[in-house]
Ligand binder design. Sequence first.
Ligand code: SIN
Length: 307
Amino acid sequence: MTLTTQIANQHFKSCLMNAAGVHCQTREELNEILDSQAATFVTKTATSQARKGNPEPRYVGNLHGSINSMGLPNLGIDYYLDYLSELDRSDLFLSVTGLSKEEIYQVLHKVQDASFNGLIELNLSCPNVVGKPQTAYDFELMHEILIEVFSFVNKPLGVKLPPYFDLVHFDQVAAILNQFPLSFVNSVNSIGNGLWIQDQTVAIKPKQGFGGIGGAAIKATALANVHAFYQRLNDSIAIIGTGGVASGRDAFEHILCGASMVQVGTALMEEGPQIFERLNQELKAEMTSYGYQKIEDYRGKLQYMEG
Ligand code: SIN
């Protein structure tokens, strides 16, 4: 029985890791992920300069779900590149973005020129920066950005997408993504701009309470996005499934929908890095119950009803 998987010629000992934003802002947090039974880590999404993010409270969660409006607090691209160059490993993910297309190019030029030899996750889907739309909901802009990015980046790069809700949008997005040598697509970021109410008041402070929804509440949407892109993307583009993973069964369903790697957000926030030991065990138990020895035995093999 093995949970090993592969993305862009990198081999991983397991198919479970953190989602960008959770337990990955500082080198101490990232070291704790490395010390856990996670396959690897992805850093907090880095911008050109350090950012404090939005005012607190900006995250509220429990085992059923979460709302956040963090606003991309991070220590800046130089911090993460320094740390990653010390580690000097090719199986780690660096998440990056910019608040404009120019900033995205600036950050990626730095990453391209640095000694970093891992995988780049370009976040095109943060819903929490005041006044900034989610890039990947503007298909023309996403296309333009990818043309420029692939004109100078030749390190393994994938994109983190927001959830889509319309079959025609899946077709349109896949048609754009299939034009590029993407190593992976990560579906999904939080469902943007939900509201949580406690007593009579919004649960978080920024943006009058509007924030990204994660956790169990978004599993159905996440699975649909993973499977829709699995059906539409070139075989060379691996899929990372993110959204609503709190048990081995949840991870199993993401893999059944086509995910090669599964990221954990809200449940990691609630349980801490020891969650990976439990998830690895539960996923193995789920696979055993179906007679599967490795994730390639069932990845993408979701069954449909006849007739
Ligand atoms: C945030 O920092 O606001 C969350 C990151 C994201 O949703 O991409």
